[in-house]
Design a protein around this ligand. Structure first.
Ligand code: 8YV
Length: 309
């Protein structure tokens, strides 16, 4: 049981998620993280990765001891501050792996086989004027995965049956059945498609920059289902505009929900509005897992999915 008005919900939750929240608790609502704090004696926060929880906000909430983030990424949390204050935190890993992997594979094929353009080709009656241009196959390609965590490993397992070679880069070798490439530049150089599945935050900020993109090369592709902050967008725009890479599929951006307008004009991109985990089943499961963590906190039980920091 979670006491009424003991949890501050920071940020907007889409209807199907909000329904789950209200089914299980009565939160104090704070739609705008910059807005007025409606009640200061709350003991926990429920939020999502798109809402930065700042030390300035937490300084005004002295009784908060727990933050439940409804998402796998938690780059919105001030971990140093939480550690210093002894505030616990949880996220929702695992339950969204299928949805994110499915979107990634959908984007991969849409990009390589130009499916959105083929659809436009037919509906604009261009087929009678000639054949749609040849595209490229996935089979036989090398896929470089940046960030071989839960999602990266599940993605790799789903991709192997498509007759691809897989290699990966990350902070350290995880001794998996795929080659570990300690240099990101080297992984880019050997990859036909580079897929970003790494966490956001300081350690990965703008790690995809001009040099990496040049190593990736003019016949290769970039897919980002991680965080917009992982890419130097100015360098990516130059690379896409100048043909230094063949194309990119992006589900995340530095500035959401208003990505750099220059992306919208490019012919060699596939853009989606941060929908990696956005299926009904997944968002319900994520919301309930976030609340399971709150329930554990209020009932002095171990958190199901604590963030270890
Ligand atoms: C959340 C995300 O899944 O899980 C993450 O890290 O990137 C987000 O898409 C979504 O906002 C649900 O809270």
């Amino acid at each position: 049981m979670i006491p009424v008005n003991s949890v501050l919900q920071v940020g907007f939750f889409p209807e199907i998620m909000q329904d789950e929240v209200l089914r299980r608790l009565t939160p104090v609502m704070m739609p705008d993280p910059q807005g007025l704090i409606p009640q200061q004696d709350v003991q926990a926060i429920l939020t999502r990765p798109s809402y930065p929880i700042t030390p300035a906000l937490l300084d005004q909430l002295p009784r908060v001891e727990m933050i439940a983030c409804c998402g796998v990424g938690y780059d919105n949390l001030p971990l140093d501050y939480l550690r210093q204050k002894g505030i616990m935190a949880s996220n929702t890993p695992g339950v969204l792996n299928d949805a994110v992997c499915e979107l990634t594979i959908g984007m991969l094929f849409a990009l390589l086989r130009q499916i959105p353009k083929a659809h436009e080709f037919v509906i604009h009656k261009n087929w009678s004027k000639g054949a749609f241009p040849f595209t490229t196959s996935l089979a036989g390609k090398t896929i470089g995965i940046v960030g071989m965590g839960r999602i990266g490993q599940e993605l790799a397992a789903r991709l192997v049956p498509f007759k691809v070679k897989i290699a990966y880069h990350g902070p350290h070798d995880k001794h998996l059945s795929y080659p570990y490439i300690s240099s990101l530049i080297e992984l880019a150089r050997m990859s036909d498609i580079l897929i970003l599945c790494c966490p956001g935050g300081k350690e990965t900020e703008r790690m995809i920059h001009r040099e990496v993109l040049e190593a990736l090369g003019p016949s290769s592709y970039l897919i980002n289902v991680a965080r917009g902050t992982v890419i130097n967008e100015s360098d990516l725009l130059d690379a896409l505009h100048g043909g230094k890479i063949a194309g990119a599929a992006l589900d995340v951006f530095e500035n959401e929900p208003n990505p750099d307008p220059r992306f919208l004009e490019l012919p060699n991109v596939l853009l989606t509005p941060h929908i990696g985990s956005a299926t009904q089943e997944t968002r319900q499961a994520m919301t309930n897992l976030a609340i399971d963590n709150l329930d554990a906190f209020f009932n002095q039980r171990p958190l199901p999915t604590p963030i270890v920091f």
